[in-house]
Ligand binder design. Structure first.
Ligand SMILES: [Zn+2]
Ligand SMILES: [Zn+2]
Length: 208
């Protein structure tokens, strides 16, 4: 598996393409659908699914564009974040494409058998509520990489003051991420990459 990460939109969301052979899974297509499609085409990739770390507007803005280009493309996310799609509090700012409720929503259930999972082989979803009720981190063991969405940032962690947020849950989720190998590269939803070891050493949210 290979990972291509680009920053999209004015909130500079890290949108990652997880690539296996000619297939790609698009994680958090926040905006700039055209550029995401260009990146896919340049690498001769055909997208299998959109995967969301969570459903906040800055992580989903390019879904309508992508589903126009690839009409059957499913949108996979945790069931607890599905109600956020199309909800007024999650409305996009005027400079963002309006998302509404996408077609082909597939719920990711981390406890479901692998053959029913929309995730690429070798990728597992870790339930990390707190920033949102249905927060997920995607762990790619072969790459030693975890996509942490807005749960863990370099030197910081996600806000919990949005509807459905919970500091208690966030702290528990961060503790789970700490159980990954220290050398694991963490790719947050925004900002620079880091490692689990570096965050355990320096991140005030992970101080024990
Ligand atoms: Zn968020
Ligand atoms: Zn975000």
């Amino acid at each position: 598996m290979k990972r291509i990460t680009i920053q999209v939109g004015s909130y500079e969301v890290n949108c990652s393409l997880l690539c296996e052979g000619g297939d790609a899974w698009i994680v958090d297509p926040g905006a700039e659908g055209e550029r995401i499609v260009r990146t896919l085409r340049a690498a001769a990739l055909s997208p299998k699914a959109i995967l969301l770390t969570h459903a906040h507007f800055d992580h989903i803005g390019a879904i309508p564009f992508l589903q126009r280009e690839y009409p059957d493309l499913p949108v996979a996310l945790h069931a607890n974040d599905v109600p956020m799609l199309g909800h007024p509090f999650n409305a996009n700012p005027p400079d963002y494409p309006q998302t509404g409720v996408p077609r082909n929503i597939v719920a990711i259930d981390p406890s479901a058998p692998a053959e029913r999972s929309p995730l690429p082989p070798g990728v597992s979803a870790i339930e990390t509520p707190g920033h949102t009720p249905g927060g997920l981190c995607y762990y790619i063991e072969s790459l030693g990489t975890v996509l942490t969405g807005d749960t863990l940032f370099a030197g910081s962690a996600g806000r919990t003051d949005f509807p459905g947020g919970s500091m208690t849950q966030l702290m528990r989720s961060l503790a789970m991420l700490c159980e990954l190998p220290g050398a694991t590269v963490a790719v947050p939803g925004h900002g620079p990459e880091t490692t689990i070891a570096a965050e355990k050493a320096d991140n005030p949210y992970l101080a024990t």
